[in-house]
Design a protein around this ligand. Sequence first.
Ligand SMILES: Nc1ncnc2c1ncn2[C@@H]1O[C@H](COP(=O)(O)OP(=O)(O)OP(=O)(O)O)[C@@H](O)[C@H]1O
Ligand SMILES: [Mg+2]
Length: 291
Amino acid sequence: MAVTGSDSVLELDQLTVAYFRAPVVRDLTLTVGRGEVVALLGANGAGKTTTLRAISGLLKPASGAVRLDGADLAGVSPTARTRLGLAHVPHDRGIFFGLTVAEHFRLDGLNSQAEMDAAFDHFPALRELRGRKAGLLSGGEQQMLAIARALSRKPKLLMLDEMSLGLAPVIVDRLLPAVRAAATGHGTGVLLVEQHVHLALKIADRGYILSHGELAASGSAGELSKDSALLAASYLGETGGSGLSSGRARRRGQICRSRPSQCGARSVRLRIFPLGLRGSASTMSTVLGHL
Ligand SMILES: Nc1ncnc2c1ncn2[C@@H]1O[C@H](COP(=O)(O)OP(=O)(O)OP(=O)(O)O)[C@@H](O)[C@H]1O
Ligand SMILES: [Mg+2]
């Protein structure tokens, strides 16, 4: 593995990833620094999960490089990447319904009381649930378990794919501070794919917006959260490659702010499909409802 002198924990250098030779992520260049939370945003099908899977080694890039702590990961297996400090929580959470909370931690090699305590410290609510099977936990509790497992490995880079899937925003709001604390307290770099954009940008330092597999915009979380039209456009798949929001998207953002009833789940679904755009009504209403 070639090692560069970079200070970033993760570097994607012109990464292109394809399914059956059709590229769905193109020339993506992105960095995550130590202790930095970076949001990766974009419409359904923009290529966010594909990007995370390529970083984990589950997909082989067509071209470009993935570097962890300056080391090129080409040819490194997913298991070896985990040992090098990469943790990936997929949207299905990767937990075993038949095992208890404590059994998950033991499975991860946490045997001493001190190690167990440290794992429970990420989400103290899990401590009382230690003997409960994961299949009987609520969605939010399952997500706490998935994140606590990942953090207990003290990863250099934590990747979270749609941790809020199926969860109410109020639950997500309780989970995200633990992610921020891991970044600030332990220097973990975090790459966060999240449909609750306003919540993600509240704890993120920076963000990147993908559109149709290409980088459409990037900036500080503060800058991005101010550009509501750009964020709305990114979730409607309308953002071009220039990094600027389109006039149509800007108008849609204005419509949603002045006439929110037109942006309810039902009307969004009706508006999207005639335009040939992809995206669930729940995602759209989540995004637009907060702009
Ligand atoms: N296994 C696969 N085989 C072929 N095409 C795929 C496969 N997985 C995803 N794709 C396609 O690649 C593109 C990017 O998908 P990806 O899952 O990365 O998007 P995403 O940004 O994570 O979307 P979402 O927000 O819906 O999760 C989509 O057009 C999708 O249909
Ligand atoms: Mg996805």
